[in-house]
Design a protein. Structure first.
Length: 248
């Protein structure tokens, strides 16, 4: 098991300078890895977001025009990114609630990978988690599958999506992929004790989606504390956990 401390990953040989986080909806990256993102940006790592949908199917106000919801959720995600040091956000605009790991989505994520050239990509798990079903929204599963297909083999293959070459985008190989969601083996433990408050700050930017902030904060802190305890970090610590896949 590899553990991040405040100074970085203790076993890392070559420093990571660029990370791309690919998720289905606005707020997914904040639930999934915002405290880790805040840690990385504080260390000078550039973190970028790719959001597959605008989250227009979210919220509970049936009278709100869906186009207005989409614009609002982009604004909320932009503010949430700023809370953890992220300003580079690509919104792909796929329809919320209808995401599939289509060739078109694989191509569009591959385009972002070739453009941004990340050394590490963070994705949602494509595996359904039966112990915590809410992490396995169908859009999450589809976005995770499409992102993994984009990492391998599409983004590195010059013969995949030839239109990308026509756009002047050369193949790019991602060295490693981190999977959030806890459905697989969690072998990356990030000590986020110093940045858990910034995760909560980011989540509070999504005002159109949540109103019981005390309950949400308690849930997030409980998860983070449980992750830390299970990973042997000790009492009073917080952690986010991921699975590492070598893709270089």
């Amino acid at each position: 098991m590899l553990v991040w401390h405040h100074r970085g990953l203790v076993t890392e040989e070559e420093p990571i300078r660029r990370v791309l986080v690919v998720v289905a909806h606005p707020d997914d990256c904040d639930f999934g890895c915002a405290a880790t993102t805040a840690l990385w940006t504080s260390q000078g790592i550039e973190v970028m977001y790719c959001i597959v949908t605008d989250g227009e199917a979210g919220g509970s106000d049936r009278s709100a025009p869906r186009a207005d919801v989409a614009r609002l959720r982009r604004q909320e995600q932009t503010a949430a990114g700023q809370a953890v040091g992220v300003s580079d956000i690509t919104f792909l605009g796929f329809p919320d609630g209808r995401v599939t790991p289509s060739i078109e989505l694989r191509r569009d994520i591959s385009r972002v990978i070739r453009t941004k050239q990340p050394q590490r990509v963070m994705v949602q798990s494509p595996l359904r988690n039966f112990t915590r079903i809410f992490a396995s929204h169908p859009d999450h599963l589809a976005a995770g599958e499409a992102a993994l297909c984009a990492v391998y083999p599409d983004a590195r293959n010059p013969f995949a999506h030839p239109e990308l070459l026509a756009e002047g985008l050369e193949p790019w190989t991602v060295a490693e992929t981190w999977i959030m969601g806890g459905a697989g083996q969690t072998d990356q433990v990030v000590d986020v004790t110093d940045t858990i408050d910034r995760k909560l700050e980011a989540l509070r930017c999504h005002r159109s989606q949540y109103d019981d902030w005390e309950s949400l904060e308690e849930r997030i802190r409980t998860w983070a504390s449980a992750n830390a305890a299970a990973s042997g970090l000790g009492e009073g610590r917080s952690a986010e956990v991921f699975q590492l896949v070598r893709t270089g």
